[in-house]
Design a protein around this ligand. Sequence first.
Ligand SMILES: [Zn+2]
Length: 120
Amino acid sequence: MKKNLPNNIAAICWHGGTEPPFSGKYNDFYEVGTYHCVSCDQLLFSSQCKYNSYSGWPSYFDADGELELIQDHSHGMIREEVKCAKCHVHLGHVFDDGPEPTGKRYCINSLVLNFKPECL
Ligand SMILES: [Zn+2]
């Protein structure tokens, strides 16, 4: 089931697009809460795993929800594509240059994330 998404979000979700670096609303954003899939609302990441990678995109060293990882050989690189395990929209890529303890860097587009502040 495809939700009606604005064109710039649909371009990422369904066509593997990437938002321009430093353009996303969650790039420089460190509120406490959780990040959910913009398409199906599934929990994906928590603010506890978010860090500044200076890449221009929201970065996490670990996931909180179910992700689907797919080998991506486009653009002459071997990367691992990150998708939502529930609705299979494209979220970003994961790299092996992240911080301890996982060594992973989940590089995710802000446009496919929906932040929910933690209820205190
Ligand atoms: Zn989803």
